[in-house]
Each structure stands twice: as C-alpha cells, then as structure tokens.
Design a protein around this ligand. Structure first.
Ligand SMILES: C[S@@+](CC[C@H](N)C(=O)[O-])C[C@H]1O[C@@H](n2cnc3c(N)ncnc32)[C@H](O)[C@@H]1O
Length: 355
C-alpha cells in the first residue's frame, strides 16, 4: 500500500544536485571510508589548527596524490573544509569517526552489503538474496550462513544487530517484567544477549531461546560464561518449518528485531505459532524498528536502506515494516495489539499483543 511520506518541493537546481550525489554515492562512500580508515579524519580532529596535504599524507603513510584526491572528495562530502592551504574537519567529518551509530552503519554497508549489492536487480526480479548467493554462498538465508561467514562480515553484522537492540534493553526490561513473568521465550534470541540481561534483571526468571543451531552455539558459550546454564535454555529450531510447534508454558513470548527477517506470509505464520504456544493470559511482545514511527529523517533513511539488505543479502523477501502492516499481520494471525510503546532505544517500537 502507498503511504503518505515526502513531497516534491525542492528547487530544480537542488534536485539535480541531489541526483548527482546519488549517481556517485558508491564512489564517495569508499572515499569517506578511506578518509576514516587511513586515520585522516581523526588526525584532523586532533589538530584543530588544520593540516597541509603533505602533513596529512605523511601521517597516513600514503602519497600526497592519494591524500589529495581523498581530501578533495572530502570537501564535496562536506566532511572536510579547506582554508589557506590547510584542511579542517567539519561536523559531518566528526560524526564519521566519533559517532558509533555512523560507524556501525558504515561497517555494515561495507562488510555485509557492498559487494553483494551489485546483484540487487537480480534479487528483486527473483525474490532471492542474489547478493548472498553470488558473493558468499548458496544458503537460503543469511541466518543459516552467519556462523560460517568471514570474520569481518560477522563482526559488522553483529555490531549492527547488537547496536540497535542493546540500546533498548534498559527501557525494555521494566516493561517486560511489569507483571513479574516466570518464564520468557525469546524467539530469534541470537547470541543470548537479551536472555542474559533478563536473567541478570530478575533472579527467578527462566528464559528459553529459540534460534538456529549455529546461533545457539554462540549463545551457549555466552550463557555459560555468565553462569546461567540453569536458567537459560537454548531450543534449536528452524522457525520457518511452521509444522514445528513452539514449546509451551511461557508467560511472555519476546520477538525483537525478528519479524523483519521474514516475508508477510511468514510473519503471520510465526505469530500464529506464538499464539498456539501461549495460554489465554499469555502475551506476545514484538519489538521492531517501524519506519513510519521514527523521530528523525536519518532513522527512516537508514531503515529504508536496511530493507534492501533483506532483499539482496538476507533472504530476498522481508523488509522493515510500516506500523500499519505489522498491526494487520498481528490481526491476521488471530491476535490483537493492546498497547504500543514508542521511542524505545535508538528507533524501536514495542507492540504488546494478546490473543
Ligand atoms: C536480526 S536477528 C535479531 C536478534 C535479537 N533478537 C536482537 O534483537 O538483536 C534475527 C534472529 O532470528 C534468527 N532466525 C532467522 N531465521 C530463523 C529461522 N528460520 N529459524 C530460527 N531462527 C531464525 C536469526 O538466527 C537471528 O538470531
């Protein structure tokens, strides 16, 4: 369904300028990353009086030619400005090095997505993660591949995933524990980070993590390291096999940054299975980054880009959902959203759902 968003109010000149930014975006992205990784941005940050090309090249251990082309790209990227033969860092340049959100997004773009996105059009036509298949291997989805991916891929994938969800934990726990649940099921619980937070937050709670065996191997290491083997249990399952019921007897089912990994039809089936596993008073909590409920333009921009990661790399058929889509899918699965908590963590919304 089309949504009301955006307008066409730019001047023609501005529009044409913006079109060139898009046309050269991958080249300029690599220039920005090189400025960051060669330490040029942090050198300029430390030297507010500005530095010459020669000084910058020496510091970065690259040729003056190399430093010059990157610095000039940096001028157009507005990460750097020049005055009297010296270069200085701008605020945007500062965020490129000092802001964790920007770093996590950039590493995710580079290490997980960049090469694979050459195959985006194929992914769209075929409804398959063509970027994953062409650049990494023939797994059905990225989730089956995660445990075997190159270190850089894993590091940036987990960095991205954890950055967004970790930040929300302090706000989430009081919401989830309001009615003192005894047993929580974390569906798509990944490396066990959230389950461990729950066990630390409440001394009695028992947590079951449902995920693929590869992720549970990592989770088990973390659970053991934190001494929670008696209270956190891994339950290996391929959740796309909808004929497999979830274990019963949990007060709460928690799905965080999970349903966006699935197509609409799959989301409905996953919620149906959750519903089957809950008793009459049980509650399903869905935490998602819903693109229409963002406070900042930068968040919506990031989420629209992340949807394409699902298209090209993750699975070929899922996306970051609109709140109305998510509510509709909850209802199609026979549950209803009874409460919505907005502005959780960086950009999350929690939907509390009942049968
Ligand atoms: C984006 S991560 C979210 C992790 C965590 N809940 C969080 O908030 O950070 C999605 C999780 O769903 C799991 N997952 C995806 N497809 C799955 C499947 N078919 N069966 C079981 N788990 C799956 C992945 O392994 C991964 O741990």
């Amino acid at each position: 369904m089309a949504r009301n968003y955006g307008n066409d109010n730019k001047s023609a000149l501005q529009a044409k300028t913006d079109a060139q930014k898009i046309a050269f975006a991958p080249i300029m992205f690599q220039a920005a990353k090189a400025l960051r990784d060669f330490g040029i941005l942090s050198f300029l940050r430390r030297n507010k009086e500005g530095k010459t090309v020669k000084e910058i090249a020496n510091q970065a251990n690259i040729s003056e030619y190399g430093a010059l082309v990157l610095l000039e790209a940096g001028l157009s990227l507005e990460m750097i400005y020049a005055k009297d033969d010296k270069y200085f860092l701008t605020k945007t340049g500062y965020f490129m090095i000092a802001d964790k959100l920007t770093r996590v997004n950039m590493d995710f773009t580079h290490d997980v997505n960049y090469k694979g996105f050459f195959h985006l059009q194929e992914a769209i036509k075929e409804g398959k993660p063509a970027g994953l298949h062409k650049e990494f291997g023939s797994w059905e989805t990225v989730y089956e591949a995660l445990a075997e991916m190159p270190d850089k891929f894993r590091e940036s994938w987990f960095g991205f995933d954890h950055y967004y969800s970790d930040d929300s934990f302090p706000q989430v726990l009081p919401i989830l524990f309001k009615n003192n649940p005894k047993k929580i099921m974390d569906v798509g619980g990944n490396t066990g980070k959230f389950a461990i937070k729950c066990a630390q937050y409440n001394p009695d709670v028992q947590v079951t993590i449902l995920d693929l065996p590869g992720q549970l191997n990592d989770a088990n290491i973390n659970i053991k390291a934190n001494g929670f083997e008696d209270r956190i249990t891994g339950y290996p399952i391929n959740l796309l096999d909808f004929s497999k019921p979830y274990p019963k007897g949990h007060d709460i089912i928690w799905m965080s940054q999970f349903l966006d990994c699935f197509s609409e039809e799959e989301v409905v089936n996953l919620i149906k299975n959750a519903k089957e596993a809950l008793d009459e008073n049980g509650e399903l909590y869905i935490m998602e980054t819903l693109w229409d409920l963002q406070r900042f333009e930068a968040s919506t921009y990031s989420l629209h880009a992340t949807s394409l990661y699902f298209t090209c790399i993750a699975n070929g058929n899922s996306r970051m959902y609109h709140s109305e889509d998510m509510k509709r899918m909850v209802e199609e699965a026979g549950m209803k959203v009874v409460e919505v908590y907005e502005n959780i963590g960086v950009s999350h919304t929690i939907m509390r759902c009942k049968k």
